[in-house]
Design a protein around this ligand. Structure first.
Ligand SMILES: C[S@@+](CC[C@H](N)C(=O)[O-])C[C@H]1O[C@@H](n2cnc3c(N)ncnc32)[C@H](O)[C@@H]1O
Length: 375
């Protein structure tokens, strides 16, 4: 059946995220099909153009708007339709209207803002979120600027060429280090410059939508003895954690050294092992195993579990991003099994995420006979 092109466009115009009524799997599957539709409809040159010119130009403009505080001040001023002159007045630094109109033109063409008349603009839900510090979306953009670009772009292809196209496994030798001006790794740069730690932490907070430990505390508040939840990280990251201290103990810890919290019921690592090679991950896991009580303690790992085929773009992009940032990787179930058994663990269950973002791997010490010892 041939659907008239105009009807198809009308149909697409009416679709919205609300149509899915919280069914995230179907919403994401629909996005995937919509992207495939665009790929089919685009001419080859249009696709290359979008990839090589539009995406970077848009990111540069969004970063400029964030730097100038335009989204933030637009939201503070009520978020109504604004003239070019008004937007110039909102900027933290003087900006030539002839420049701003050119930037707005592309933002409107890419639906970041709406052009309601000549030199009259309306924010969209996304540009308002970029102006809302609480939504942390601007932190995400800032993190792309401060960090992800060094693990990507031309540094990435240059790094792969310079390392003879070997799978990167040395966290001391990364595309990020090659690209960043200080020739430092990600964590060292964050430790030296508070702003760089802040944008990284805001991106993480945005992604994990509030720290897991705070969500756990909120859900089980009455049952949790004070101080029995321990949050460990680098001191610079902990300083920004902003957790309630009534039940949660903050403990700076280098997880490449022995684990001091012993015999806990659960040791949870979220988005940690994807930052590390197998060699370093084994060090972390063995320190954790040494602190655990056989048959009682559980290991919980929230990370990507790559499907053997058909990985989502999120999972595949996360894998390549970890390659660029840290010479690290995401893992398939088989890779997880090998890694964990190498450190003396046995996987009990993998809690899969139907959205195909991250899963939770539940494991325990295998014990001397290699079997499970659940209580
Ligand atoms: C991708 S982030 C995940 C943060 C947090 N688990 C979450 O889910 O929001 C990785 C974390 O590992 C921390 N990290 C890096 N090296 C570390 C080390 N040697 N010891 C402890 N934490 C470290 C970083 O500070 C960062 O917060």
């Amino acid at each position: 059946m041939t659907v008239p092109a105009t009807n198809t466009a009308d149909l697409l115009r009416q679709a919205s995220a609300h149509d899915f009524d919280g069914d995230e799997s179907t919403r994401l599957a629909t996005i995937r099909e919509a992207q495939r539709l665009i790929n089919r409809l685009q001419h080859l040159t249009e696709r290359s153009w979008e990839l090589a010119f539009e995406n970077w130009a848009v990111l540069g403009i969004v970063q400029t708007f964030v730097n100038l505080g335009i989204f933030e001040r637009w939201l503070d001023a009520g978020g109504d339709t604004a003239s070019l002159e008004t937007l110039c007045g909102l900027a933290k630094a003087a900006i030539d209207p002839k420049l701003l109109v050119r930037l707005c033109r592309l933002l409107a063409a890419k639906d970041f803002i709406e052009e309601v008349a000549e030199e009259q603009y309306k924010p969209t839900a996304f540009s308002l979120a970029l102006g809302d510090r609480g939504s942390l979306q601007a932190g995400w953009i800032q993190c792309g600027h401060d960090h992800f670009k060094y693990g990507g772009l031309d540094h990435f292809s240059r790094f792969l060429q310079e390392t003879s196209y070997r799978d990167p496994v040395d966290g001391g030798n990364t595309a990020y280090r090659l690209g960043c001006p200080e020739n430092l790794d990600l964590w060292a740069r964050c430790s030296l410059t508070p702003e760089l730690q802040t944008s990284f932490s805001e991106m993480m907070e945005c992604w994990t939508r509030g720290h897991d430990i705070s969500l756990f505390r909120a859900r089980h508040h009455a049952a949790i003895p004070a101080g029995s939840l321990v949050l460990q990280d680098r001191p610079e990251a902990l300083a920004l954690a902003g957790v309630d201290l009534d039940k949660i103990r903050i403990m700076p810890h280098d997880f490449l050294t022995p684990q001091l919290v012993r015999n806990a019921r659960a040791y949870m690592f979220h988005a940690v092992f994807h930052d590390w090679s197998d060699e370093k991950s084994l060090v972390i896991l063995k320190h954790t195993a040494a602190a655990m009580k056989l048959g009682y303690s559980r290991l919980l790992i929230a990370d990507v579990v790559l499907q053997p085929t058909g990985a989502s773009a999120f999972q595949a992009a996360m894998d390549v991003s970890m390659m660029g940032l840290l010479s690290a990787k995401e893992r398939t179930q088989g890779m997880w099994e090998e890694l964990l058994s190498g450190a003396g663990f046995k996987i009990l269950k993998i809690w899969k995420d139907p959205k195909r973002y991250e899963s939770v791997i539940e494991a325990e010490l295998a014990g001397p006979d290699g079997g499970a010892h659940s209580q």
